[in-house]
Design a protein around this ligand. Structure first.
Ligand SMILES: [Zn+2]
Length: 373
């Protein structure tokens, strides 16, 4: 008669041993009878089938039915049994395949193997890594931080006091149910990678040079140039006597490294709460070479809007108010100075690869992504 799993009433070691041995013997006997493909399938389904295979039944009848004090012992025993049965099933399969191939029936070794295409780096990640590598070669180290941040790190410590209008420029996605907390402890999805600047300065004393790649979120509906999720790369250098000249030299070098030595840079005044003075960095248009026109008939160049210049990043000298938040760790604004910059890796990837719709990067269409592999 075919073996069936029966309920256990006696959970003593001897009884468990006996039940397990009986079960194993049945499994081994049945495995010996496997001849055809169909029999192998029936055998496997009967013993390791997920729905009502013997292993599932053993789990239900022996383990779940075990009294509390015998649960541990029964669990160990059942696990051993499971391993042994899985071995028997696997052995039956191997023996079956061997005998089939020995009979010259089944395996055609000239058939191509299973093709697993090798993945490639996403163009945005690739761009980000290339940019980060430029700064690493300048002696910067990479810093990272959490994507879910507190209001304090994302805003307050970066000189965006509560109710400051500059907060409105970063349409923020807040985590729900935080009202009971003090404002500075409320959680949100970071709108920039800048919180990592403060987090790093809290941990490391000056001098520091860090570059921070990472994902950020803003409540922007997706379109050709916006996405609610995007990638930033920030940098921060703090030491004694860091000047705006250092900022210009560093970024001019980085842009030439990345876009080619013929690229020109231009700094124009701007405003960010955490830097003073602040600037936007423009590079000469890499599409039209700065002429604003393209092609033989002088068509207007779209990426630079005919101006010959493309805005690439925001930067500036770290505002002394920011240092006040980490003053105790050696960042006395009277003694140290520094510069910071931040750019969008997605936007730079658009420019670099001449893609005109940001959404293409995030739709996961392999036909599009394959071009960059
Ligand atoms: Zn142009």
């Amino acid at each position: 008669m075919a073996y069936t799993v029966s309920k256990l009433t006696d959970y003593s070691a001897a009884a468990l041993e006996k039940a397990a041995a009986e079960c194993l013997r049945a499994c081994a006997d049945e495995s010996a009878g496997v001849g055809s493909d169909a029999e192998l399938k029936t055998f496997r389904d009967r013993w390791v089938g997920r729905k009502s295979g013997m292993l599932t039944q053993i789990n239900d009848l022996w383990l779940k039915g075990a009294p509390k004090n015998a649960k541990r012992e029964a669990g160990i025993r059942v696990n051993e049994l499971k391993t042994r049965i899985q071995e028997l099933v696997e052995r039956a399969r191997v023996v079956h395949v061997d005998s089939a191939s020995a009979a010259g029936e089944r395996v055609d070794i000239s058939l191509p193997g299973v093709h697993r295409p090798i993945g490639a780096e996403h163009p945005v990640i690739k761009t980000s890594r290339e940019m980060v590598a430029i700064f690493q070669r300048l002696g910067y180290s990479v810093a990272e931080g959490p994507v879910v941040e507190t209001d304090y790190y994302n805003f307050e410590s970066l000189n965006f006091p509560p109710n400051h209008p500059a907060r409105d420029t970063q349409d923020t996605l807040f985590i729900a149910g935080q009202q009971a907390k003090a404002q500075r402890d409320r959680l949100l999805l970071r709108t920039h990678t800048s919180p990592v600047q403060i987090r790093t300065m809290e941990k490391m004393r000056p001098p520091i040079r860090i570059v921070i790649p990472g994902i950020v979120h803003r409540n922007d509906p997706p379109d050709a140039s916006h996405s609610p999720m995007f990638h930033q790369i920030e940098g921060l250098a703090v030491d004694t006597n860091i000047t705006f000249g250092d900022l210009k030299g560093t970024l001019d070098h980085a842009m030439k490294e990345f876009f080619g030595s013929s690229v020109k840079t231009s700094f124009r005044p701007s405003f960010f709460p955490f830097t003073e003075p602040s600037a936007e960095l423009f590079i000469s248009c890499i599409i039209c070479g700065g002429s604003g026109k393209r092609g033989p008939d002088d068509a207007p160049c779209r990426p630079c809007k005919k101006t010959g210049w493309i805005e690439i990043l925001g930067c500036g000298m770290v505002d002394p108010n920011v240092f006040e938040f980490v003053k105790d760790n050696g960042y006395d604004p009277k003694k140290v100075s520094g510069f910071a910059f931040g750019m969008g890796a997605d936007r730079i990837a658009l420019l670099k690869y001449g893609v005109d719709d940001l959404q293409l990067f995030f739709q996961g269409d392999v036909r599009f992504l394959r071009q960059f592999a």
